[in-house]
Design a protein around this ligand. Structure first.
Ligand SMILES: *Cc1c(COP(=O)(O)O)cnc(C)c1O
Length: 306
């Protein structure tokens, strides 16, 4: 069945985490399970896609074209959302074709995505109007979604993640910081957000997040009703060696957390953020009585490559 209102039905569930570490710290811990909203169309990548799909529909464009690496959560989600909501999809994949296809790309193709490859040099031009014009010529009138769904439509979708949940501090893993920007724009007074970059030297993300916020505020896109709280920070100490790098400690933590709390974590993003939060809890970083909400941004499809 093709659905046209771009809704996945139920809102994400909140799962309380019964952890002695949190108890000792006097903190209430829960997880917002964006990963469990739909088997394939889920996580922050769904929120980043939603208003891109709506804009494509408003412009009567029936094909989505986007970019990503061979293990990309965004490629996976775009292929599945395209199938679910009736769009043709084209994936421009970074690098050379490798056969057999890995499970991410195999899934994308099964969902009907046509995939093509851009060598690394060409891929760097993905944001340029020159390459985008070439792609429009080659594929016809397509709606181009940037890599990761990271544009103002993406920020706007991420403003719907929190959905008026009650909490004091929200934590989220960051790649580009687009999701964090949407979350910040939807904070209520007295709430704060903490981003955990998964890249090495993630401090540069602070200015990226600032530009997302500024660009959003000067756009004519809708804002949340309440005056926003701008209370946010980055904690850059939990990248574990850099993007998509893992170490034994992280692997062990991921397994143990899943066993104890029934929450599966992905290695690239959520495991690092959760690890960071548990470590900070042990250090007494969070004030007593804090209601802490961890955003599970999904990404579980990528675990198969580890
Ligand atoms: C893409 C992704 C992120 C990072 O989102 P940004 O908006 O780029 O910061 C976090 N978690 C998961 C699981 C992702 O797939």
């Amino acid at each position: 069945m093709v659905m046209n209102n771009f809704s996945l039905g139920l809102p994400p569930t909140i799962q309380p985490i019964d952890s002695p570490i949190a108890q000792q710290a006097g903190v209430e811990l829960s997880v917002l399970r964006l990963d469990a909203m739909h088997p394939w169309v889920n996580g922050n990548k769904w929120f980043k896609l939603k208003y891109n799909l709506l804009e494509a529909k408003q412009r009567n464009l029936t094909t989505l074209l986007t970019f990503g690496g061979a293990y990309s959560n965004h490629i996976f989600a775009t292929a599945a959302a395209g199938k679910l909501f009736g769009f043709r999809t084209i994936g421009m994949i970074r690098g050379e074709e490798r056969l057999p296809l890995n499970s991410t790309l195999r899934f994308a193709v099964e969902q009907g995505m046509q995939i093509f490859y851009l060598d690394r040099q060409k891929y760097r031009e993905r944001h340029t109007t020159a390459l985008q014009a070439q792609l429009q010529q080659r594929f016809g009138d397509v709606f181009i979604v940037p890599e990761g769904g990271s544009n103002l439509n993406g920020v706007r979708g991420c403003m719907e993640i929190l959905n008026n949940q009650a909490f004091d501090t929200v934590c989220v893993a960051c790649g580009t910081g687009t999701t964090l920007a949407g979350i910040i724009l939807s904070l209520h007074k007295d709430q704060r957000a903490i981003g955990f970059p998964v890249l090495k030297n993630g401090g540069f993300l602070a200015s990226e997040v600032d530009s997302w916020l500024n660009n959003y505020l000067v756009s004519d896109l809708p804002l949340a009703d309440e005056a926003m709280s701008k209370s946010w920070e980055l904690i850059c100490d939990y990248h574990m060696g850099g993007y998509a790098k893992v170490n034994d400690e992280l692997l062990q933590f991921q397994q143990q957390f899943t066993q104890e709390h029934g929450v599966p974590l992905d290695y690239v993003y959520t495991a690092k953020m959760f690890y960071g939060v548990m470590d900070l809890l042990k250090q007494g970083f969070f004030p007593k009585g804090d209601r802490l909400l961890l955003i599970h941004t999904g990404g579980l499809q990528g675990n198969i490559s580890y």
